[in-house]
Ligand binder design. Structure first.
Ligand SMILES: Cc1cc2nc3c(=O)[nH]c(=O)nc-3n(C[C@H](O)[C@H](O)[C@H](O)COP(=O)(O)OP(=O)(O)OC[C@H]3O[C@@H](n4cnc5c(N)ncnc54)[C@H](O)[C@@H]3O)c2cc1C
Length: 460
């Protein structure tokens, strides 16, 4: 494993949060020979990753639905012995539908398909071709993602490609997200190549040179759902590492180690805070009378999202559901953010003869709709699904999950939040903060955040 063992007499490291970020940090530290205690108020590990089986054969994902299998994810799946449960997305899932003019249209999945597609105008296609020759220009300041993207590809691609994509990932608004923080790879690509298309080509070549398969990483889950990953990670840790149903509200450094209110008789060498912004904002940090506050992180916008998992007899839905799902651009004024075709994406998520869909509602676009009760949401959703997918009867299975604060929005002011975090770490040496509040929101980014936090905590 290449890690040097530390003497076991050293104080353990405390990790707050047993979501994917905290568990990934714990795994790295244990592999480096350190003792670790992971605290979480929840009864099970995994944070927002929640997979539940419901009779007679529904598999509901309330939080994330799929995972990009980057090389780090592939290694972890192998190390945890999860290969036999690994479930790649079905081939049909390469189709993605976009709502345009009230109709579902297939999003082209390759450059030739884009040029042939009737989804975009000739003017936009020419504009995209021209982007390939865009020279490098200095860019001194961050700007809204929408402006950045429009500069490269024009307004039609912004409205019917980026906007729905951003809804699918951030439940966000590209005119309010920061180009530099929300899509750092695009930002870096422009800086190095001028053209995002040339940057993409260079990235594909570099991948090929490393012997990695071409194209984006595969999309995967597990036969019992995504929760298998955090559960396996947690099970790989030494017994007693996890302290569930235990929230930490206050922590403070002392000459003989960090003291946590949840474990007052114990001392810890370092503390890792793998928590979302609202939980960080509530913490009491440092000695009473000289508290360091992360309260301003509560201002970081996290729009509400409601996930409605709906089950239908196959014959009640006319659409072939031959894809990953559909996304609704804001220009279409649909009440839905998008719909995942769960039972196509990962077979085995619905009883025989049935299909499962997950409808996403709310986000920055319609936060009030996300907050409404199921009785108000369902008629709106049923009406939309009747028109869009030909689902003319009510669903036979309904499961609703409301996320009051779903996903952090890396907006134009994001630097100020990063400064608050960095300043707190400076004031309280030995405290390390990471996860989606700072390191990116996807699950692979959480694994990298865990590795970064562990490395920081091992640093003398
Ligand atoms: C609805 C939704 C859909 C998503 N879809 C996808 C997707 O399809 N693919 C993808 O890659 N990503 C997706 N994401 C993003 C991804 O799931 C998250 O970014 C990731 O799971 C966050 O993991 P985490 O460990 O950093 O935080 P969390 O999962 O939020 O875990 C933090 C943990 O900290 C605990 N905690 C809180 N307060 C305290 C305290 N005081 N002391 C100790 N512990 C505390 C909580 O109980 C929780 O278990 C989605 C997110 C949401 C909300």
């Amino acid at each position: 494993m290449g890690h040097k063992s530390e003497p076991s007499t050293r104080l353990p490291i405390a990790i707050l949060g047993a979501g994917l970020t905290g568990l990934a940090a714990a795994r790295q530290l244990v592999r480096a020979g350190r003792r670790v205690t992971v605290f979480d108020p929840a009864p099970i590990p995994g944070g927002v990753i929640r997979s539940e089986r419901h009779e007679p054969g529904w598999l509901v994902e309330s939080g994330p639905n799929s995972l990009q299998e980057t090389p780090a994810v592939a290694d972890l799946v192998r190390e945890l012995g999860l290969e036999h449960h690994r479930q790649p997305a079905a081939p049909a899932a390469k189709n993605r539908y976009i709502l345009r003019g009230g109709l579902l249209r297939r999003l082209p999945s390759s450059p030739p398909a884009f040029l042939r597609s009737g989804l975009f105008s000739t003017r936009t296609k020419l504009r995209v071709l021209r982007e390939f020759f865009r020279p490098r220009r200095p860019r001194l300041q961050d700007l809204p993602l929408a402006d950045f993207f429009c500069e490269h590809f024009g307004p039609e691609l912004l409205a019917y490609a980026l906007d729905p994509f951003v809804s699918g990932i951030y439940a966000g608004d590209p005119s309010r997200l920061s180009a530099r923080h929300a899509f750092p790879s695009l930002w870096k690509g422009e800086k190095e190549y001028g053209s995002l298309l040339r940057a993409q080509l260079a990235a594909s070549r570099a991948k090929r040179a490393r012997g990695e398969p071409p194209g984006p990483p595969p999309i995967i889950s597990f036969t019992d759902g995504l929760a298998e990953l955090p559960l396996a990670l947690a099970a790989s840790l030494p017994r007693g590492t996890l302290r569930l149903e235990t929230a930490v509200n206050q922590l403070s450094p002392s000459p003989d180690g960090w003291i946590l209110d949840a474990a007052p008789s114990e001392r810890f060498d370092r503390v890792i805070l793998a928590l979302p912004a609202p939980a960080l904002a509530r913490l009491g940090l440092g000695p009473p009378g000289a508290r360091t506050s992360l309260a301003s992180l509560n201002l970081l916008e996290h729009p509400p999202v409601t996930a409605l998992f709906l089950g239908y007899p196959r014959t009640d839905v006319e659409h072939p559901l031959d894809g990953f799902g559909m996304l609704c651009p804001s220009a279409e004024k649909s009440p839905l953010l998008g719909v995942l075709f769960n039972s196509t994406l990962f077979p085995g998520r619905a009883p025989a003869g049935h299909v499962a869909l997950t409808v996403m509602l709310g986000g920055v676009r319609q936060p009030d709709l996300a907050r409404q009760p199921l009785d108000s949401q369902l008629p709106i959703v049923e009406k939309a699904l009747a028109t869009l997918l030909g689902a003319r009867r009510p669903p036979v299975f309904v499961h609703r999950t409301h996320w009051p604060r779903a996903i952090p929005q890396y907006q134009m002011a994001h630097d100020s939040y990063l400064e608050v975090i960095a300043a707190a770490e400076k004031r309280l040496p030995g405290m390390h903060i990471g996860g989606p509040v700072r390191d990116g929101i996807g699950l692979p980014a959480c694994l990298s955040a865990g590795a970064r936090l562990a490395a920081a905590a091992l640093n003398p």
